[in-house]
Design a binder for this molecule. Structure first.
Ligand code: 5GP
Ligand code: MG
Ligand code: MG
Length: 184
């Protein structure tokens, strides 16, 4: 669905479906160039990174493999709980592999710091991060995010995989919510 299908739910649109698609093609080209001739395993973080992974890997012109992890960081609300738990682990060994973590958004960087540390202990050849969105607070964390879709303001956004109370993931635009949505 598009933001215009239920305009009453949104405050403003940050990026349209078309802008997201165009940026995805640019990042895919960068990844193609950087990983040419290598054996790339892209690790998506469920559920938020589903759309980014699906579009990014299809926009690439080279081979890749895919695996998924699920971690909990936020609950149903909009504030970080500060607790990271692995809910679903990788299905295969990553020792000696080139890993690219695909994440929806970096806010405090807490979730990704934990993930990188966890995956590093499994001795991959390399680990890099692609995040579709990055918030200002992310600069305070030492995390090196190699590929960023968009740097966004410090607002809670939904769409393109990002949820509020597990809704709005299927919004193709990226938008902020109207206040009444939080109240209901
Ligand atoms: P961090 O650990 O970097 O603070 O938070 C990362 C996770 O929090 C993201 O993977 C995402 O699930 C959630 N998150 C952070 N900011 C937003 C936001 O603006 N919108 C939504 N829907 N989720 C967010
Ligand atoms: Mg996420
Ligand atoms: Mg969420």
């Amino acid at each position: 669905m598009r933001a215009s299908d239920i305009p009453e739910d949104f405050d403003h649109v940050l990026y349209t479906e078309e802008q997201v698609a165009s940026r995805i093609r640019e990042v895919a080209a960068q990844i193609d160039a950087d990983y040419a001739g290598r054996d790339l395993l892209m690790v998506g973080v469920l559920n938020g990174a589903v759309m980014t992974m699906a579009d990014l890997c299809r926009a690439m012109k080279s081979h890749m493999s895919m695996d998924w992890m699920a971690v909990s960081s936020y609950g149903a609300g909009t504030k970080s709980s500060g607790v990271v738990r692995i809910l679903k682990d990788l299905t295969k060994d990553i020792e000696g592999r080139d890993i690219l973590i695909v994440e929806d958004i970096v806010d405090t960087g807490l979730t990704l710091s934990y993930l990188v540390q966890n995956l590093r202990s499994r001795n991959p050849k390399s680990i890099e991060i692609m995040a579709m969105f990055r918030k200002p607070e992310a600069v305070t964390c030492p995390l090196d995010v190699k590929y960023v879709g968009f740097d966004i303001p410090n607002e809670f956004v939904v769409g393109y995989g990002l949820d509020y109370a597990d809704k709005y993931r299927n919004l193709t635009d990226v938008a902020t919510l109207a206040p009444h949505v939080y109240a209901s």
